[in-house]
Design a protein around this ligand. Structure first.
Ligand SMILES: Cc1cc2nc3c(=O)[nH]c(=O)nc-3n(C[C@H](O)[C@H](O)[C@H](O)COP(=O)(O)OP(=O)(O)OC[C@H]3O[C@@H](n4cnc5c(N)ncnc54)[C@H](O)[C@@H]3O)c2cc1C
Ligand code: SF4
Length: 563
């Protein structure tokens, strides 16, 4: 596939719509508004990665790490894996054209119906039926599927064997992966998954339905322009004119020599993810934009953890082999093949999902080093000699577990960067529940539970999440939320119960979730984005459909991956 993005040199001074960020929310907004005939610019702070360009060796992966903490800033600001270290919680997000979809496991689940019964959501979400249409469209474009061979993978069998400890058998997990060659919704020919396990490193086969292979090429085909290295700092409302008002979008200077370009738009869609969109609005508020006092509140980690089991007495094979594969004949599977779903009918907060995961192949060389601080020197050395695919690391289990937390974190600006304030986060009951369940599973496999192999490093003991949600949560009125049910930003100047919104300003991404979802969030973020677009279309008299493109063009056929 040819590149989607262009250099900032080609940025025009004005667009009908500026979409900030290119993950799930940004991809949906760009595609639908471009289909409606709008002149759309997508501004993405990261770079573009074509299939075959994701890190396959550790030095490449290290070069794609950006780590930011209170007194720490390492790596390129456009690095693919963006780690934010916080005093109370760490967060991992993706950076690049396609956002988190580039490096996630692609598990696509709908939350328990009770999640939307919570009064924290604006009532229209339950009542107007458009959330159903949003999910239908998201499913049509992201096409989750269960691996028909899921139960034959060693890691699935290991989970199955251990699942006795929880009294619940695993099932195949729906992931946005093509298990047979197909033409996707954007008309792009995608090859079948090789089951290399590298989804969280970046799919070098092109089998994962990322936003860069679905919504974004659709947006570009309908005229949208995508720009990389375009980090938005803040936005400001333009004075009303007889022919409308609009917004000024301020970009960060790339270096001291180049003045940041300035541009205006009739409409701005903030889709920079939970951290990005909240940060932009917090900065914009400092510069005079009036928004709800709820800005930054109700941050949730989605009760999400990643943890490990070391020394299982059964084979697991949960280290990716990459593409082209590093070792032949290993049965790995997609990053997530199986999951255990535990539903508590009495108390939603106790429901949880545990998925078996795979670590990307590029991490393979440093796994023994990661586990040395935990005193497993002998096993680590054996693995160094035998290679992680044969020694004790062949029994390494990786788990992703998701449940519910109280969403009582807060995002604040500290030294001009957004950070999580949540001193009591580590005491959230969800972590005890998940630790207990995972310890039981690992024990059944004959291994020991490793909650955080990096605890002895700068990571410390704080919880970490890859599912940050909230900060610009939805609410019925401006004293209850930052955006309304259509993702329009409330005007903070109005009275407490007011539903007045800023004309032409939207937030459409994970930040609008007012609570934890209890399942991996990508499907719900996409569904709510599709729903917001349906409302936007109605409110502005815009016509667009979501019909998938049936046939691939020559330019859409995947180029051979770089070896
Ligand atoms: C390792 C990992 C595994 C995961 N696995 C799953 C899974 O299996 N299933 C699931 O449902 N979820 C998973 N997630 C979470 C999921 O990927 C995210 O919830 C999702 O990507 C969030 O979508 P979004 O639209 O809110 O924003 P994002 O996808 O985060 O996109 C935001 C984009 O905005 C850009 N941006 C940020 N700030 C600015 C700025 N100032 N200016 C311009 N651009 C900016 C970012 O670079 C990014 O590209 C995983 C996440 C990670 C990190
Ligand atoms: S398992 Fe490999 S080929 Fe399949 S989607 Fe994941 S990264 Fe791509």
């Amino acid at each position: 596939m040819s590149r989607l993005a262009r250099s900032l040199t080609y940025l025009k001074p004005h667009y009908d719509v500026v979409v900030v960020g290119s993950g799930y929310g940004g991809g949906v907004a760009a595609s639908r508004l471009a289909r409606a005939g709008k002149r759309v610019a997508v501004l993405e702070r990261g770079r573009e990665f074509l299939t075959g360009e994701f890190p396959s060796r550790f030095p490449e992966l290290r070069n794609e790490m950006q780590v930011t903490g209170r007194r720490l800033r390492t790596g390129s600001a456009a690095g693919l894996y963006d780690v934010r270290l916080g005093d109370d919680m760490h967060v991992l997000v993706g950076c690049g054209v396609g956002g988190g979809s580039l490096i996630n496991a692609g598990v696509a689940l709908r939350p328990d119906a009770r999640v939307f019964l919570d009064a924290v959501w604006p009532g229209q979400i339950r009542r107007d039926g458009l959330i159903e249409e949003g999910y239908a469209r998201a499913l049509r474009w992201l096409r989750p599927a269960r691996d028909p061979e899921a139960s034959s993978h060693t890691k699935f069998k290991a989970l199955q064997q251990a699942s006795v400890a929880l009294g619940q058998q695993p099932v195949a997990a729906p992931v946005v992966v093509n298990f047979a060659e197909t033409v996707n919704a954007a008309g792009i020919l995608q090859p079948a998954c090789t089951r290399c396990g590298d989804c969280c490193g970046g799919c070098n086969v092109g089998a994962k339905n990322t936003i860069a292979l679905t919504y974004l090429p659709d947006a570009v085909r309908h005229g949208a322009e995508v720009f990389t290295h375009a980090k938005v700092r803040s936005i400001a409302k333009l004075a009303p004119q007889p022919d409308g008002g609009g917004w000024r979008v301020h970009l960060e200077a790339q270096d001291a020599e180049h003045r940041p370009p300035a541009l205006t738009a009739d409409m701005v869609v903030l889709a920079a993810g939970t951290l990005g969109s909240t940060e932009i609005l917090l900065r914009s508020r400092e510069q005079g934009l009036s928004v709800s006092d709820r800005l930054g509140q109700s941050f949730s980690a989605n009760g999400d953890i990643i943890a490990f089991g070391y020394g299982a007495k059964v084979p697991v094979n949960a280290i990716g082999v990459g593409f082209p594969e590093r070792v032949a004949g290993l049965d790995v599977g997609a990053c997530v093949s199986g999951q255990i779903e535990i539903v508590d009918e009495q108390d939603l907060a106790n429901s949880l999902t545990i998925q078996e995961g795979v670590l990307p192949s590029a991490l393979a060389p440093i796994l023994p080093v990661m586990f040395i601080p935990n005193g497993r020197l002998l096993g680590a050395l054996q693995s160094l000699v035998a290679g992680v695919y044969k020694g004790p690391f062949a029994g390494l289990q990786t788990f992703f577990a998701v449940s519910h937390d109280s969403a009582s974190g807060r995002l604040v600006l500290e030294d001009d960067r957004v950070t999580v304030r949540w001193p009591s986060a580590k005491d959230e009951p969800v972590y005890r529940r998940l630790d207990a369940a995972l310890e039981a599973l690992v024990g059944k496999s004959g291994g020991s539970y490793v909650k955080n192999p990096l605890a002895g490093t700068v990571m410390g003991q704080q919880p970490a999440t890859a599912h940050p949600l909230g900060g610009c949560g939805m609410g019925q009125a401006r004293d209850a939320g930052v955006v309304d049910h259509k993702c329009r930003v409330f005007d903070g100047r109005a009275g407490a119960g007011s539903t007045d919104v800023h004309d032409g300003l939207y937030v459409i991404d994970g930040s609008v979730m007012p609570r934890s979802l209890g399942v991996n969030p990508l499907l719900t973020i996409t569904a709510l984005a599709e729903r917001a677009m349906l409302h936007l279309g109605r409110d502005h008299g815009l016509a667009f459909d979501d019909a998938p493109r049936a046939t691939p063009s020559a330019a859409d056929v995947r180029e051979p991956a770089a070896v």
